[in-house]
Design a protein around this ligand. Structure first.
Ligand SMILES: *Cc1c(COP(=O)(O)O)cnc(C)c1O
Length: 495
């Protein structure tokens, strides 16, 4: 299987090259040249396998240069019992007669990014061996929260990698900051940047293209690499869990082979829902893909009107991982929707960077309509949904997942489509205790890590192990920097 750029499909790359590069040299996204079809009885066969085996089966279809033995080693390490608190890895919970939650937050950082970021480091260090790369990878991350911690946990102590994370000093949730500052591992570094997320992100982009810094890195035996969600090595592991969820529903006889299943995904960068689309194209009987947004509803507008317009106010919400106005993985979706018209995709992307806006052709609008439904949910509605679903269904939602539940309700009211639906549950409610307690009507809230125990007492649910372990953990990283000094920090952290 070769990989091509969404902006020029004549250029081909191997899987290992795609994973090392992250982004194509022309700025496009590296995408499989075609999508493999699952053979006829694959879903029934996979239904009796473990999650790790399912991951090996699916990834093997895309990664020619990796042997089954290698992939098995990666899957065992990435999704083993020391990383995930349940053997099922991504359990499917029945919430009511036709709604199922795919719980993607049982990993080391309690958010769905773990499924990809536990696997990516192994794929990357394997790729370094395969391509004969002489230098080691220095991964730079700018984070507004979940990605930074996910990447730190994934890359910690992985051979031939270093991982350095910059986060905005005043722009992440208290729990997220604590998770990063207490990070363990010999190859990790964490530093706050004075300013907001934009300052951190712009700073990191500057580091990537700083010729002096790159030369110094080269002398020390490293090159820069990235772990952000446009890397193919992050999308691929996400396809696995949609296939796995369908298998679990077959195994528990909630559905029969061939039954349609809708999927509803709380969306930011479009990576997670794109993976569901790929699973559908590979042969999983997914019917509608329901894209849920918070008040940053640029995708709702795009999927309903065909006009993408990022020229709008940015809202800071209680579902911060969806506060995004440029959904970078949408480019892969456009490539699929145009059926590989790379020039058309390039045109849209140029308009986006020039004017912040583009409108797709009528043909594409039609294809979008048949594949997708879209909706959004405001702040008050999100809080209300957490409280209501807890009271009525005894199921506890984090704010991101609550957005998806509310959008699904509205979709069902509008269309009358009662097809069984899988909702991607992307974070543990214990990562967002303040919003969740507010939703449950608890105004008098504990400070610091104690708030997790308070939520546990109120709901009778245990605090997830990795979050409970934060209590009393020593702070390893307390430094911060002005954004002009980030290059020096990189060199200090590299040692
Ligand atoms: C990253 C994230 C999302 C958004 O996922 P995308 O793949 O960017 O669409 C949703 N919820 C949570 C909790 C996240 O961390």
């Amino acid at each position: 299987m070769q990989y091509i750029s969404t902006r020029d499909k004549r250029k081909e790359f191997s899987a290992a090259e795609a994973i090392i590069q992250g982004l194509a040299p022309d700025g496009g996204l590296l995408t499989p040249a075609y999508l493999p079809r699952l053979p006829g009885h694959a879903l029934e066969e996979l239904a009796s396998m473990s999650y790790q085996q399912r991951a090996v089966y699916v990834m093997n279809l895309f990664l020619e240069e990796y042997s089954v033995k290698e992939l098995t080693g990666y899957a065992v390490k990435a999704y083993g019992p020391d990383k995930f608190d349940t053997d099922q890895v991504v359990p499917v919970r029945k919430v009511d007669g036709n709604t199922y939650a795919l719980e993607l937050w049982h990993g080391p950082t309690c958010a769905f990014k773990d499924l990809a970021l536990q696997m990516l480091p192994h794929l990357l260090s394997g790729a370094l061996e395969k391509t004969g790369a002489e230098k080691d990878a220095c991964i730079l991350v700018a984070t507004s929260g979940d990605t930074g911690k996910g990447a730190l946990e994934g890359f910690r102590d992985v051979p031939r990698t270093r991982i350095l994370v910059f986060y905005p000093k005043d722009g992440v949730a208290a729990m997220q900051e604590l998770q990063m500052r207490t990070q363990e591992g010999e190859n990790v570094g964490v530093c706050a940047v004075a300013g907001n997320f934009d300052d951190a992100q712009t700073g990191v982009k500057r580091l990537f293209s700083d010729p002096e810094l790159r030369a110094e890195l080269d002398r020390r035996g490293y090159f820069f690499s990235s772990a952000n969600s446009i890397n193919w090595g992050r999308v691929l592991p996400q396809i696995v869990y949609y296939i796995s969820a369908y298998c679990d529903l077959l195994r528990t006889e909630e559905i029969a082979a061939g039954d349609p299943l809708n999927v509803c995904v709380p969306t930011g960068n479009f990576g997670n829902i794109l993976a569901a689309y790929y699973a559908k194209k590979m042969g999983v009987p997914i019917a509608k893909l329901i894209c849920a947004s918070n008040s940053n509803n640029v995708l709702t507008d795009f999927l309903t009107t065909g006009v993408y317009d990022r020229n709008r106010p940015f809202h800071t919400t209680i579902s911060p991982s969806m506060d995004i106005l440029i959904s970078s993985n949408l480019e892969r979706m456009l490539y699929a929707l145009t059926k590989g018209e790379d020039a058309e995709v390039t045109g849209y992307m140029e308009q986006l960077s020039r004017t912040g806006r583009y409108e797709v052709s009528d043909t594409i609008k039609g294809r979008i309509r048949s594949l997708f439904a879209a909706g959004w949910c405001g702040e008050e509605e999100t809080v209300d949904t957490i409280g209501r679903i807890y009271r009525e269904k005894d199921y506890l939602l984090d704010p991101h997942t609550a957005v998806a539940f509310r959008v699904l309700e509205k979709y069902r009211e509008e269309t009358g489509d009662e097809t069984k639906t899988l909702v991607a549950s992307t974070a543990s409610p214990f990562k967002f205790c303040d919003s969740v307690l507010t939703a449950l009507g608890v105004a008098d809230q504990a400070a610091g890590v104690e708030i997790m125990e308070q939520l546990s007492q109120v709901t009778g649910r245990p605090v997830p192990g990795p979050l409970a372990a934060l209590k009393g953990k020593p702070i390893r990283f307390s430094g911060w920097t002005e954004k002009e000094q980030m290059a020096q920090r990189v060199l200090e952290m590299l040692g």
